[in-house]
Structures are given as C-alpha cells and as structure tokens.
Write a protein that binds this ligand. Sequence first.
Ligand SMILES: O=P(O)(O)O[C@@H]1C[C@H](O)[C@@H](CO)O1
Ligand SMILES: O=c1cc[nH]c(=O)[nH]1
Length: 358
Amino acid sequence: MAEKCVSIKAASDQEDDNIDLETSPDMFRYPDGSVKLRNPHIELMDQDILYHLALGSGSHDLVEMFGDVKFVCMGGTPKRMENFAHYIMEEIGYQLPTGTALMDISQYSYRYSMYKVGPVLSVSHGMGIASIGILLHEIIKLMYHAKAKDPVFIRIGTCGGLGLEPGTVVISDDAVDGLGNHFYSVPILGKVVKRPCKFDKKLVRELKAMADPEDPYDTTVGTTMCAEDFYEGQGRCDGAFCDYTEADKMQYLEGLIKSGVKNIEMEAVPFSALTNQAGIRAAIVCVTLLNRIKGDQVCSPKEVINEYQLRPQKLVARYIKRHLQTKGRLSSFEGHGSMAVKSPRRFKLVQQESQTFE
Ligand SMILES: O=P(O)(O)O[C@@H]1C[C@H](O)[C@@H](CO)O1
Ligand SMILES: O=c1cc[nH]c(=O)[nH]1
C-alpha cells in the first residue's frame, strides 16, 4: 500500500489555495461535467468504502445506482430528508415500480439516511461541522465514483433569524464562522488549513427567483453565521453554562446584523468550503425558527415548526422542477426506484413494500 502513495501538497501549502469555481470551472470538473477528485490516492485504491453511507465502490455499482444524480439535497434530520424524498417524488411526478417504496439506502450505516428519487438524492447530515464534514467527503466521493454530471448540492435547513420574522426563508450568499472568518479552518497534519467559503452566486439568484410573491412569508438573501454550538456558540443565555449577560448577547447579535448576518446555523462554513473545494455548485436555504433578537428558546408548537420546515423544501422543489422542465425531463421518470447492489448479504435490494407517507 505504502508504495502506491503519491506525494500530495503539504497541508500548509494549501492555505492560499483560493479557488473560483465561476472563473475556472475546468480545474474542478472533467469536460463532461463529472466531478474531479482532488485526492490522488483514491484512484490508486482497489476499492473505496464509503463507511458512513454503507456503500462502496467495490460492493456496489455506483455508476448504475447514482450516475443520474443531478441534485443532492441535505438537511439535519433523517425524517426531514425522508419527507423531502416523498415530497419531491410527488412534485416531479416520479413513479416507483408497483409494490415498491422508497428505502433508506444508508440504513445499515446507522449514521446517515439517504433516499434517491430519480435525479434527486435526499440525505441527512446530522448536526454540526464534524458531522456534515464527514458526510460531504463521502457524498463528494460518491458523485465521483458514480460519474454524476454537474451535481448541485443544496442544504435545506433550519436556523435562528436575526431581526427576521420567524418562518422567513434565508438563502445564504456568504458564510462566516463564529470569529467572522470567511473560511473553513481545519487542522490537518498539525497545521491549520483554510478553505474559502463560497456559494454559487448564479444558484443563489436562481433560487431567489423561485420565491413566489404569493408566499405568505418572506424569502431573503444574506450572510449566514455558522456556529460550533447551539448554545454559547450562538450567544444563547439558556445553555447549561453562560458567563455573559443578556446585554452582552444583544450587543453581539446587533453587531452581527450590522455586518450583514441574517441567520445562524451550524453547517454553512464546511458546506460552502468543501463544495467549493470540490468544484460543486452549492447553496443553503434555511427557515428561521425564531427571531434571536426576541429570545433564545425555540417555543413555537411542533405543527408550526413542521410547516416552517416545508418552506425551504418548497423553494428547492420549484427550482428542481424548473430545471427539469427546461431540460424536458419532467414527467419522464418511471421505474427507477430499485437499486442494483453487488453485495446482497450486507445490503438488501433497495426495494420494499409500499408504505403510506405521513
Ligand atoms: O438542518 P438543520 O435544521 O438540522 O440545522 C440546524 C443547525 C443544527 O444542525 C441544528 C440545531 O438545532 O439545526
Ligand atoms: O437558533 C437556531 C435554530 C436552529 N438551528 C440553529 O442552529 N440555531
């Protein structure tokens, strides 16, 4: 194995590795749009096990299973992403073969959940930077192994709003960490590597254009702060610990608003930086569960929160439908609900009895 290793750039050299997907897309993709992996080791390996997805390049026919993926939608919870899979199936008129139903492709990982509806992958990422970081490594590699062409990644999330009415939809056009940095700092081989946070500007505009003036809520664009924690990291006073005053908190939050921050969540920095690093167009659409200027606790009733969570899904579904319409692919989906698998012992055929969507 050791002799197969080729030299890669030292971690410290990568600090200035600023990338601009819009000005130099060829650096990141093959001419046919498939994802270029910026890791020379992978193609030298006999197989690549995507451990947290319960998939592998040796055990599964990833090209057959995922080669047609165009949209990778992700969000924190398995249930949200299962619901989104059913919702998008209705919206794009995708039909499963009779007697089958969607199944969690990654169920045997017991980590993330993943559903596939034609060109749409719906995946849960858990909470926070570490969890979404691991998922992104494996999903980016999945797109590479599958030879998927120009996949777009969209996070469909929840957040705390800053001065916004609860239920407002925020499309991120920039991401900052808790120190106001526009990059993702990762300690690699004992050195901090900084990867710039960049969203695809065109995708942001396209998503914003999907907001309907008739929507009974606002859809806005702005900077998203990515915190490392839900409580102290987001300036809350209701965690198990708090060494600052309510006045300190308000001063901090008002300062964020002045600098253009519209919402706070916990994944925007690695999401924008790692997709940009991979040359993948990406965006985040979140709904605000509360106005942090008015409080810390998420106290809306469950039904209200559930309805809020549908709002980013609606916007993204409109975008996907519009995209498929322009490509003439809407309503042309049939019979791709079951998945080819090479290892029936570990991974059952991805096909199940029909279930009712709740
Ligand atoms: O996409 P979700 O709603 O899971 O994202 C936000 C950020 C954190 O992961 C989590 C905290 O409640 O919600
Ligand atoms: O305030 C909030 C609400 C949802 N998610 C967050 O990270 N923060």
